[in-house]
Design a protein around this ligand. Sequence first.
Ligand code: G4P
Length: 193
Amino acid sequence: MKALKDKILAEGTIIGSKILKVDSFLNHQIDINLFNEIGKEFKKRYANQEITKILTVEASGIGIACIAAQYFDNVPVVFAKKHEAANLDTDTYEVDVFSFTKNKTYKVRTSKKYINSNDKILIIDDFLANGNAALGLIEIVRQAKAEVVGVGIVIEKAFQSGRNVIEKEGVKVESLAIIESIKDNEVTFQMSR
Ligand code: G4P
């Protein structure tokens, strides 16, 4: 997606050799025009597929999923929660997710009320790195005996193992920008994407 790649090149900054900081439009301040283009592009990639809900994980996935949902006939968005809270139902689907970036395991949960066995779920997230967050969401959908239609990612880092991990589960990944490498403070995209 050209507009996204242009934005990454114009405003992204690199931390170390693996992390792309995109706080100015994706992870902190949000560029609503770009998010609308992202939503349209997801719809294009999943045109003609039946999708009853979008599932994401807090925090950064929520804004992307909500804007995208408007291009999928306003299907509901469910987000997995990372923290226990008094206002979360006690009857939940739950899975452990290991974060390589933070080097710790955390639990994500969704109430059993909001995913059921008839649902056809599109999983959406901001980054695909090692794939553990997306894998956790796939596991939640499977606990609910619902169907995973696909995983839609805004920025994939192809030099990490996320895509392999998800495809091994038999789930198709659609990423709007695929970063081949981050070297010498420069981002290189995969040719065709
Ligand atoms: P994984 O889910 O693909 O296995 O990745 P990992 O554990 O390494 O990532 C943990 C968090 O870091 C996730 O956000 C993920 O989106 C984010 N992340 C991974 N690589 C990058 C990167 O290069 N740039 C940026 N900006 N983020 C990256 P999170 O902790 O769930 O954060 P948030 O959604 O609450 O913002």
